[in-house]
Design a protein around this ligand. Structure first.
Ligand SMILES: *[C@@H]1O[C@H](CO)[C@@H](O)[C@H](O)[C@H]1NC(C)=O
Ligand SMILES: *[C@@H]1O[C@H](CO)[C@@H](O)[C@H](O)[C@H]1NC(C)=O
Ligand SMILES: *[C@@H]1O[C@H](CO)[C@@H](O)[C@H](O)[C@H]1NC(C)=O
Ligand SMILES: *[C@@H]1O[C@H](CO)[C@@H](O)[C@H](O)[C@H]1NC(C)=O
Ligand SMILES: *[C@@H]1O[C@H](CO)[C@@H](O)[C@H](O)[C@H]1NC(C)=O
Ligand SMILES: *[C@@H]1O[C@H](CO)[C@@H](O)[C@H](O)[C@H]1NC(C)=O
Ligand SMILES: *[C@@H]1O[C@H](CO)[C@@H](O)[C@H](O)[C@H]1NC(C)=O
Ligand SMILES: *[C@@H]1O[C@H](CO)[C@@H](O)[C@H](O)[C@H]1NC(C)=O
Ligand SMILES: *[C@@H]1O[C@H](CO)[C@@H](O)[C@H](O)[C@H]1NC(C)=O
Ligand SMILES: *[C@@H]1O[C@H](CO)[C@@H](O)[C@H](O)[C@H]1NC(C)=O
Ligand SMILES: *[C@@H]1O[C@H](CO)[C@@H](O)[C@H](O)[C@H]1NC(C)=O
Length: 398
């Protein structure tokens, strides 16, 4: 299931898009003045950073280059290395993570929370992974309609998923996508023992190599996908996740009235906002700790021109066309784009500073309908209907 929390798009639109900024898709790329396509909407600044789709943007270099993989173990004792997504300018050395919503640190774990009536939280790693092994200890959220995510997502929408659907705490769903193409037959349940994903810590691993992908729980391989098995003889393309990806962790309401009926059904029904967790804590929550990233070597034959970033050199989005470059990843300010990252004056990103807008006081935008990329219609449709002005402050203001 596509995981995009509706508010992320809604917030971006409310914060940065003018009502006239156009939408984008593979067939209708962004214009030069708003060159960056983020989830179906054209823009500058924040739109050009993580999640900017080069294949739907004005040109392949409209999005900023993607910071390369970093071997690292993350334990959570503070949120000092995380920044609100619309204050981030692309310096992954300064901030490892971007977030939106309501994350907190508790018991040396990262808690992603979803307070009553909200659309939850998202926490994304700013260092891309281009093949590697990613592990975390996780306790999922619970209750029907409430989804916990631990996924790798590339800017052109290749995706590798673990998703916990709150009505079934004895299993986790595994899934993958190539360039955002929706294919429900790729989803598989993996049983988890002991069988309560909310009560028990388990170690969930994605082991992603150029020719084989494994989902491993507590050291046991639960699912294997070979690149060969994804071959499409008609197009001659391996429909295998193959572009640099960010780790994204989230809690969100699949069972929200704003979602499409397919999504609500998949989520197990509408969220019950009077359930135990809301009554006891005031929020639903998922817990993460001990996140480990091991970067694998680039595929044989990769063009390596530097050691800063990954760049797309072709609109096929195939692994063989990704280059490793020395290009910088940081924008001077929130009006800049990959086309000229150093135009205008330099702004310093900071958690307390004012970016293009924290969202507080932003007026609601009617330009936020995202027609999407042809995939995940049900969730993207809902983005537009989310931007009521009163909600915008709650979702984006933090
Ligand atoms: C990388 O930097 C060079 C030199 O500034 C520039 O010509 C090129 O377009 C950049 N490539 C990308 C993909 O940003
Ligand atoms: C990124 O942040 C680091 C650490 O704060 C700093 O040393 C570096 O100069 C910054 N890079 C850019 C391009 O701003
Ligand atoms: C924090 O950890 C302690 C010790 O493991 C445990 O007793 C307590 O319930 C935990 N608190 C929360 C809020 O999970
Ligand atoms: C979905 O993927 C399976 C292989 O995993 C393939 O057999 C099927 O044709 C695909 N369906 C669509 C609609 O792409
Ligand atoms: C939960 O998932 C397990 C494992 O796939 C399955 O056997 C079980 O029937 C599911 N339970 C519910 C309530 O759907
Ligand atoms: C978990 O396993 C126990 C013992 O086998 C069983 O009694 C219980 O019903 C299972 N719970 C779920 C949610 O499947
Ligand atoms: C994939 O298929 C090719 C050609 O049939 C074969 O040479 C290769 O060994 C296969 N790779 C794997 C991982 O099975
Ligand atoms: C294979 O590729 C063709 C041409 O791009 C596409 O129409 C078709 O849906 C693909 N098949 C699968 C199973 O994805
Ligand atoms: C959650 O919010 C709804 C709508 O405001 C309210 O009806 C409900 O009582 C709240 N739940 C709790 C447990 O406070
Ligand atoms: C990460 O660590 C592995 C060994 O664990 C090493 O082979 C690889 O080169 C390292 N990659 C980076 C980007 O540091
Ligand atoms: C970027 O913009 C600045 C200021 O307008 C200009 O001086 C510089 O030449 C531009 N750089 C590129 C690569 O266009």
């Amino acid at each position: 299931m596509r995981h995009f929390p509706a508010w992320f798009v809604a917030c971006l639109a409310a914060v940065t898009a003018s009502a006239s900024a156009p939408s984008c898709s593979a067939d209708s790329k962004c214009p030069e003045e708003y060159p960056c396509c983020y989830s179906g909407q054209c823009g500058v600044g924040t739109y050009c950073l993580g999640g900017c789709n080069p294949l739907e943007s004005y040109s392949l270099d409209s999005c900023t280059p993607e910071p390369i993989c970093k071997n690292q173990t993350y334990s959570f004792t503070s949120l000092d290395n995380a920044i609100l997504y619309d204050h981030y300018l692309g310096n992954s050395t300064e901030y490892d993570w971007v977030y939106s919503g309501y994350p907190k640190i508790q018991n040396e774990s990262l808690w992603l929370t979803m307070p009553n009536g909200t659309t939850g939280s998202l926490f994304a790693l700013n260092h891309y992974i281009w093949y590697g092994k990613v592990s975390a200890r996780i306790k999922s959220s619970r209750t029907q309609g409430v989804i916990t995510g631990f996924i790798l997502l590339s800017d052109d929408l290749d995706e590798i998923d673990y998703e916990w659907v709150g009505y079934n705490l004895s299993s986790v769903q595994t899934d993958f996508y190539f360039q955002g193409v929706q294919n429900y037959t790729n989803e598989r349940n993996a049983a988890v023992t002991p069988n309560n994903t909310f009560e028990d810590w388990h170690t969930y691993t994605i082991d992603w190599k150029p020719d084989v992908l494994e989902w491993t729980i507590d050291g046991t391989v639960m699912r294997t996908l070979t690149k060969n098995s994804t071959y499409n003889a008609t197009s001659g393309v391996y429909q295998y996740p193959q572009t640099p990806s960010r780790l994204e962790m989230s809690i969100w309401p699949g069972g929200s009235e704003a979602e499409g009926t397919g999504t609500i059904e998949w989520a197990g029904g509408l969220v019950d906002w009077d359930s135990t967790d809301i009554q006891e804590y005031g929020y639903f929550y998922a817990q993460y700790k001990d996140i480990t990233i091991e970067c694998y070597d680039y595929p044989t034959g990769t063009v390596v021109k530097g050691d800063e970033s990954y760049v797309y050199t072709s609109d096929t989005g195939l692994s063989s066309t990704i280059e490793v470059s020395g290009n910088d990843t940081v924008l001077y300010n929130f009006e800049d784009t990959g086309l000229n990252m150093t135009a205008g004056s330099k702004t310093t990103a900071s958690n307390s500073g004012s970016g293009s807008g924290s969202g507080s006081g932003s007026s609601s935008s009617s330009g936020s309908e995202s027609t999407g990329t042809g995939s995940g219609e049900s969730k993207k449709e809902s983005a537009g209907s989310r931007t009521s002005s009163s909600e915008t402050v709650v979702y984006c203001g933090m």
